[in-house]
Design a protein around this ligand. Structure first.
Ligand SMILES: Nc1nc2c(c(=O)[nH]1)N[C@H]1C(S)=C(S)[C@@H](COP(=O)(O)O)O[C@H]1N2
Ligand SMILES: [Mo]
Length: 319
């Protein structure tokens, strides 16, 4: 049942598309299983063909009453620096990403390292549709119906050793296909890290699809991470290696701008980025440029679930 308190939404803010989306949502919640995809397709973006459907059960635990971000916004306003620095670059260039065959290697401090292909990953646990908020450190947010399952399902399979304290996520590098690699803004491959208990938290999701279909390339096909209580950059796209380690991994963003990006990167309206406030956000597809900004919630509104991970920690120091 709805366990996330949604900020009040005025009916005047809800567009017909969102009304339709939420009606569709309730119908699905009643019917439990979804197979959307082609039937619900949007006009193709960047000439991309409609993506194959991905069947999933609507999660009763991970959803929100807030309207979903229109699919076309979620699939065309992106950060994926491997394909360029502008929000419109990934949708323009990510069709060049080679997603098949794809191998995901899970290694490091584990009893049984594994190399899985996408079929193995899809079959590893039942796929769920989880509608989660995503808050980018730049001050915008979205509500996206992701398809996947808890990262813990995957990590259990490889059995972390007693030395495993952290998990590193490493993105693919395809020099011929990624025009953004010429930028020296960050070090490639793009990498991110979590503490093992954060990675094992049920909200930490291994994502294979969104909006009833497999992931569009620009959203991190064929497999990405989604950690909804942290800033969006923690959710690495197009992952090829998951490495369990004893020492905290140093992410691309920590290397590039250590005073701005720390290891934790929990959404926290009380701790400003050195160059801007994090107190408010603009919901893409809903809040116009002139609309009053909405308040950002501690842990992006997932505090009931995750605050206990940080008991006793100074979240100003551990930013
Ligand atoms: N490999 C890789 N993963 C990445 C990024 C990136 O540039 N490269 N950008 C991050 C940032 S800053 C955000 S906000 C989210 C955006 O995800 P979306 O485009 O699916 O909304 O992806 C994250 N994952
Ligand atoms: Mo971001």
């Amino acid at each position: 049942m709805p366990n996330y308190r949604a900020p009040q939404i005025h009916s005047s803010e809800i567009t017909p598309e969102e009304v339709w989306q939420s009606r569709r949502y309730w119908m699905k919640a009643a019917g439990a299983s979804v197979l959307t995809g082609a039937a619900a397709g949007w006009p193709s973006i960047g000439g991309a063909a409609t993506l194959p459907s991905l069947e999933a059960t609507v999660s009763k635990r991970f959803f929100t009453m807030e309207p979903r971000t229109p699919e076309k916004d979620a699939a065309s306003y992106n950060n994926f620096y491997e394909f360029g620095l502008d929000k419109g670059d990934p949708v323009k260039h990510a069709h060049r990403l080679q997603t098949s065959p794809w191998k995901l290697r899970i290694e490091g401090e584990v009893v049984s390292p594994k190399t899985l292909d996408i079929d193995d990953i899809r079959k590893l646990a039942p796929l769920e549709e989880r509608t989660l908020r995503m808050r980018c450190v730049e001050g915008w947010s979205m509500v996206i119906p992701w398809i996947g399952y808890s990262m813990s399902e995957l990590l259990k399979q490889v059995q972390p050793t007693g030395n495993a304290k952290y998990v590193e996520f490493i993105t693919d590098v395809q020099p011929k296909n990624m025009p953004g690699l010429s930028s020296r803004a960050i070090q490639w491959p793009y990498n991110e890290g979590l503490r093992l208990d954060e990675a094992m938290h049920p909200l930490t999701t291994l994502v294979l699809g969104m909006y009833g279909k497999i992931l569009p390339n620009q959203n991190g096909a064929p497999v990405r991470l989604m950690v909804p209580w942290k800033y969006g950059f923690k959710s690495a796209k197009s992952i090829v290696t998951i490495r369990l380690t004893e020492k905290p991994p140093v992410s691309s963003w920590m290397k590039a701008l250590p005073s701005e990006y720390g290891f934790y990167s929990n959404v926290n309206p009380e701790v400003s980025h050195p160059r801007w406030s994090q107190a408010t956000e603009r919901r893409i597809g809903e809040d116009g440029v002139f609309a009053p900004k909405r308040k950002t919630l501690m842990f992006n509104g997932y505090g009931n679930e995750v605050a206990s991970l940080y008991t006793g920690m100074d979240l100003r120091k551990n930013y």
